[in-house]
Design a protein around this ligand. Structure first.
Ligand code: FPP
Length: 253
């Protein structure tokens, strides 16, 4: 047996990766194609990323698919995106279920058509006991909307006498967000070179690392995901503390 140095164990993947999938429109425009084609290819990138994330050991993958602000787009584009969600759930659910994926949808469901709401609920119920990757699809999601709904909900409980204001703490707030029981994201990736958070997981991403890549979403592949994870591993997370290097300097145990 060799007693030489052992190769270092690979860094474990971050438990929760969230992605702002951006650049579908530009991807299409650069090719002289309609924006819809960019979204269609975006759905392929989404499927690929779900497989790659599971393969790389990521436990939770959250994908920003449609924001509360996206209703401002032309009606035809909005309908196309709603259709893509429908198509994704209808066509992919069985395969996702077989692969052990647990599906969760976050965002406001009130504005969704009843049949789409039904589909989404079926996806969640069918996969709720799966133990593989948790796929969180943020659809009609906006952080401010989520926090507003949560505040309204708390106020109702206080008015009804079910809750005293003093009992409200960070843990309770987190447990009433759409992401209840999910870990906070460790890493948020945004594609297409934009460096905004765009109303995505504002509460949950308080200590997340952010990686911005110029890759347009339809081109996002395994290498792009691995590059983002490598960048994540180069960062030192301090959670408001001073970090390991500084601790060593001052002799903190
Ligand atoms: C941003 O690109 C992308 C979106 C608003 C939609 C994301 C949707 C998908 C990736 C596929 C659909 C998946 C489901 C499940 C609905 P953009 O259109 O803003 O691109 P641009 O900034 O280049 O115009």
């Amino acid at each position: 047996m060799s007693d030489g140095p052992r190769p270092a164990a690979p860094d474990p993947a971050p438990a929760h990766v969230a992605i702002i999938m951006d650049g579908n429109g530009r991807w299409a425009q650069m090719r002289g194609l309609p924006r819809q084609e960019g979204h269609r290819r975006g759905l392929e990138a989404l499927r690929r990323t779900v497989r790659n994330a599971a393969d790389l050991g990521i436990r939770v993958l959250t994908l920003y698919s449609f924001s509360t602000e996206n209703w401002r787009r032309p009606m035809a584009e909005v309908s196309f995106l709603l259709g893509l969600l429908r198509r994704f759930v209808e066509n992919d659910l069985a395969e996702l279920n077989e692969a052990g994926v647990r599906v969760r949808i976050i965002g406001s469901r009130e504005d969704l058509a009843p049949d789409l709401r039904g589909l989404v609920e079926r996806a969640e119920t069918m996969t709720q006991d799966n133990a593989g990757l948790t796929l969180v699809v943020a659809f009609n999601y906006g952080s401010r909307d989520e926090i507003t709904r949560m505040a309204r909900n708390l106020a109702r409980d206080v008015v009804a006498g079910r809750l005293v204001p003093e009992a409200i703490d960070e843990e309770m707030l987190a447990s009433r967000l759409d992401t209840a029981a999910l870990p906070d994201p460790d890493l948020v990736i945004r594609t297409s070179g934009e460096t905004r958070i765009s109303n995505f997981l504002l509460w949950q991403a308080a200590y997340a690392e952010f990686v911005f890549t110029p890759v347009l979403w339809p081109d996002f592949d395994r290498k792009a995901l691995e590059d983002a994870l490598a960048e994540f591993h180069r960062r030192e997370r301090r959670y408001g503390g001073v970090g390991q290097a500084a601790e060593a300097k001052v002799g903190v145990a």
